[in-house]
Design a protein around this ligand. Sequence first.
Ligand code: MG
Length: 385
Amino acid sequence: MENKKRKISIIGSTGSIGRQALEVIEKLEDKFEIIALAGGNNVELLKKQAEKFKPEYICSNTPSPHAREGWSEGVTILHGPEGLEQICSNKENDIILVACSGKIGLRPTLTAIKNGIDIALANKETLVMAGDIVMNEAKKYGVNIIPVDSEHCAIHQCIKDIKQVDKLIITASGGPFLHKSIEDMKNATVEQALAHPRWNMGKKITVDSATLMNKGLEIIEAHHLFGFNYDDIDVVIHPQSIVHSAIEYVDGSVIAQLGLPSMHIPIQYAITYPKRFEGIKSKSFNFADIARLDFEKPDYDKFPTVKLAYKMGRLGGTATVCMNAANEEAVFAFLDGKIKLYNIYEITKRMCDEHDVIQNPTIDEIFTVDELIRRKTKECIKKFS
Ligand code: MG
């Protein structure tokens, strides 16, 4: 990409990762050309983005998507899942940043892969729900899946020869309840759960960080992305969030990636890979300012979600689809004030225990299981609220 601009589309441009990606692109405007921006329901922001970044296409979820009012001149307006499919089958794209949250990211990602378009992946559900299918397709079509999540991005940066790596070490900040009692956690308010000490993220992922389910989902993603057995993926608590993850080579050498906790850095890495630019960098890293880095073992009695994720990951098939769907519904119920924080785990565990795992599921089977579990979870939530 020396002289040629890299052509990019963003699925989820109005969300937390999407907005930060546009800040990166603004700093590197001579390096990128935006083909399409897809946002959810925040049409006003999408309009502003379209005016500023002049994409060829936009895609929204609004009921009257074809109304031209307020949209910048010349932009083609697409709508809903069909619009996402159209964006992801446009071979003009060099790379697509999948930054939406939820299962809506899965089908468009597969479409982009089949069209040979590289993926910068920030959507967790893509790998948690269909990791085997997605990674097989990526291999088949020779497509790069470059992770955006800070932990996987760190591992991606550390690995030179994957065959010589023994172990992946994923760091976790521990969230707002790290040094609080289990009782405090059980009685936590929505505000307390949303007060993450290190990272500023969307609400769903922030609650997942408080219960550590986010780390559970990341273990499953790492298993698929890097092809490691669950026994060779470790989690360590690191409250400062400076070491973003590490790998251990066969000879005992450990390589870690460090940086200030800002999502701009992994986003920029993912969309400019394999090149690096100054771009969003605002200040130099200073070890003396950081002063200390602490590490500790995760307390699985307090955070049983991580153990559940290992278990469901090892079961494979639709086990992780079930865990993801149940957890998401329970998190929404918590955010709505219907259940307590700790109930999220209890409800998710119950759904997982009752689930009959389907091995090697098709994409349709995955979506059927997802919907079934969501219905069952909503029923289960009523008993808790
Ligand atoms: Mg992460």
